[in-house]
Design a protein around this ligand. Structure first.
Ligand SMILES: Nc1ncnc2c1ncn2[C@@H]1O[C@H](COP(=O)(O)OP(=O)(O)O)[C@@H](O)[C@H]1O
Ligand SMILES: N[C@@H](CCC(=O)OP(=O)(O)O)C(=O)O
Length: 253
């Protein structure tokens, strides 16, 4: 049976479990789930966390440009992040590999072919690709805040069956429920336009930029007929529970 391809995007909030360190426990939780699902699903990961990994170890001299500091931190943190993935996944019998991509790679035909070729060989040989933005050569994601769009472009290019974005909420909450401090998840979205209106009207008062980028990612995925699920990565077993419909999350069809 052909395995379904899941593109899993893990944000910094999830990877650090909202602390100032990468959580080995969370990486182990993710690895354990991938190991138990590997007969039915193949996983490609887009992981943030390079900057967070560096902040555990260093404080850099400031030269006036905050973005340069973040780029340097990403360069320092990325190998640490990969080491933590590698150590934890290896214990579970999983092999890892690293791919660093930037937006401009998705605009060049030759680069797109190379990305597909490399990642398909990795997947066939059971090496899980762990992708991050190449923060040395471009600043799009660290400037605007996340890897969501990179994940959607990658899911589209690699013909994923599903895009799962792991974050620190039970998906997207309704405007009213946020205002009442009793968050209620929007379970299914068929009309992204309507959702966009709800979110943008929240923007001024509650600062919803973070969810906006996830909606933009879902818009890209939808154009390629890929569903996006926004799930709570802080919870143990979040991938399996969402696949079994045992948790509260947002499904964007
Ligand atoms: N309607 C909404 N529903 C849920 N979360 C929202 C909403 N609007 C804005 N957010 C914010 O988006 C955040 C998640 O995005 P972000 O901080 O970028 O996380 P990540 O690092 O996982 O990408 C939430 O913690 C929440 O503060
Ligand atoms: N490439 C950067 C991504 C930074 C970022 O803010 O991402 P996210 O946690 O997805 O909002 C890193 O690895 O630190």
């Amino acid at each position: 049976m052909k395995r379904k391809r899941i593109l899993l995007k893990i944000g910094t909030n999830t990877l650090t479990k909202e602390t100032d360190q990468i959580s080995r426990g969370k990486i182990e939780d993710i690895g354990r789930q991938i190991a138990s699902l590997k007969e039915q699903y193949e996983f490609i990961i887009v992981s943030s966390g390079a900057i967070a990994a560096a902040r555990q170890f260093v404080k850099l001299e400031h030269n006036g440009a905050e973005i340069n500091i973040k780029q340097a931190l990403a360069a320092i943190g990325q190998p640490h992040l990969m080491r933590i993935f590698q150590e934890n996944f290896r214990e579970l019998g999983l092999f890892t590999s690293q791919c660093l991509l930037s937006y401009s790679d998705f605009e060049k035909e030759a680069s797109k072919i190379n990305i597909c070729n490399t990642i398909n060989v990795l997947v066939i040989n059971n090496f899980i690709p762990i992708i991050n933005e190449n923060d040395t050569v471009s600043t799009d994601e660290i400037q605007f805040g996340d890897n969501d769009k990179l994940a959607a472009l990658t899911a589209t290019l690699l013909k994923a069956d599903l895009l799962i974005i792991a974050t620190n909420t039970d998906g997207i909450y309704t405007k009213e429920s946020i205002e009442n401090n009793k968050p209620i998840t929007i379970r299914t979205v068929n009309n992204l336009g309507e959702l966009e209106r709800e979110i943008s009207s929240l923007k001024s008062s509650l600062g919803t930029g973070a969810m906006q980028s996830k909606i933009e990612a879902a818009t890209i995925a939808k154009e390629a007929n890929i569903e996006t699920w926004i799930v709570n990565g802080l919870k143990d077993n979040f991938i399996i529970d969402s696949l079994n419909n045992k948790s509260s999350f947002t499904k964007i069809k």
